[in-house]
Design a protein around this ligand. Structure first.
Ligand code: NDP
Length: 258
């Protein structure tokens, strides 16, 4: 009988985009906790190096690397992924996490800002996913996890471009599945609800918004980054071997109720 725990990621190599900080950094840490070697990623080289040092201190420098490239630029993505595969090893896991937000009503939304959000939050997952899949497909194995949002399913005023991008990401997850699942790849998405992070601290401190979130969420609380690491470990591991094309909402039930 195989006694390896089903969530074990020992010996696997994972790239998490946008992991120099925020949710991506917590997800990379979670994958490392499950045994994976991780490649941290971001744009700002100094911030990325600080994050690499912090994670390497926890998990050992042989299991933590960092590579900076712009996920919105096709050439940068090709060079970044080639660098990883040639110097660090074959990627088993890709988490398309990097993303940005831009809050303005649709009538005031400039097309440059629309394009910037769509390109960072949606086109990037196609570019990085395609480049990684080009290597994973001949190996007939690989996990791609796209990070959506409750906006993959629901809309809110003032974040139209983000909502369109995250909805698109849900269907890109299905499109990748339609073409690549037969060749041994599993592509799924995790859609976080409202997560208490440094970035959302002002919203937590806003009494009216905080009380709306707690009433609107069946679990009656904000999510934490720790609520996301288990589902991502599961989707990255052999335990999810027959899960394909799904978007798993980690939102305390927000998208289950009106
Ligand atoms: P942060 O703003 O904290 O971090 C964004 C990361 O993406 C950084 O590492 C940043 O790098 C990187 N990044 C941004 N643009 C680029 C680019 N063009 N090329 C390379 N790297 C880039 O994000 P969050 O942790 O808040 O969000 C992470 C993901 O989770 C996003 O997809 C977001 O939509 C999703 N999400 C977040 C929620 C929340 O409550 N925060 C809720 C639901 C979903 P650098 O540090 O160099 O700038």
């Amino acid at each position: 009988m195989d006694s390896t725990p089903p969530f074990d990621l020992t010996g696997r190599l994972a790239l998490v985009t946008g992991s120099s900080r925020g949710i991506g950094n917590a997800l990379a840490s979670g994958l490392a906790r499950a045994g994976a070697s991780v490649v941290l990623h971001g744009l700002d080289a100094d911030r990325l190096e600080r994050s690499r040092l912090a994670l390497a201190e926890k998990f050992g420098k042989d299991r933590v690397d960092a590579v900076a490239f712009n996920i919105t630029d096709e050439g940068s993505v090709a060079r970044g992924i080639a660098h990883i595969e040639e110097n660090l090893g074959a990627l088993d896991i890709l988490v398309n996490n990097a993303g940005i937000q831009h809050r303005v009503p649709l009538l005031d939304l400039a097309v440059e800002d629309w394009n910037r959000v769509i390109s960072t939050d949606l086109t990037s997952a196609f570019l990085v996913g395609r480049e990684v899949a080009r290597r994973m497909l001949p190996r007939k194995r690989g996990k791609i996890i796209n990070i959506g949002s409750v906006q993959s399913d629901l809309a809110r005023p003032t974040i139209g471009a983000y909502t369109a991008a995250k909805g698109g990401l849900r269907n890109l997850t299905r499109a990748m599945t339609a073409e690549w699942a037969g060749e041994g790849l599993q592509i799924n998405a995790v859609a976080p609800g409202y997560i208490h992070t440094e970035m959302t601290q002002p919203l937590v401190d806003d009494e009216a918004f905080n009380s709306w979130i707690c009433k609107r969420t069946p679990a009656a609380r904000w999510g934490t980054v720790d609520d996301l690491t288990g589902p991502v470990q599961w989707l990255a591991s052999d335990a999810s071997a027959y899960v394909n094309g799904q978007t798993i909402f980690i939102d305390g039930g927000m998208t289950a109720v009106v």
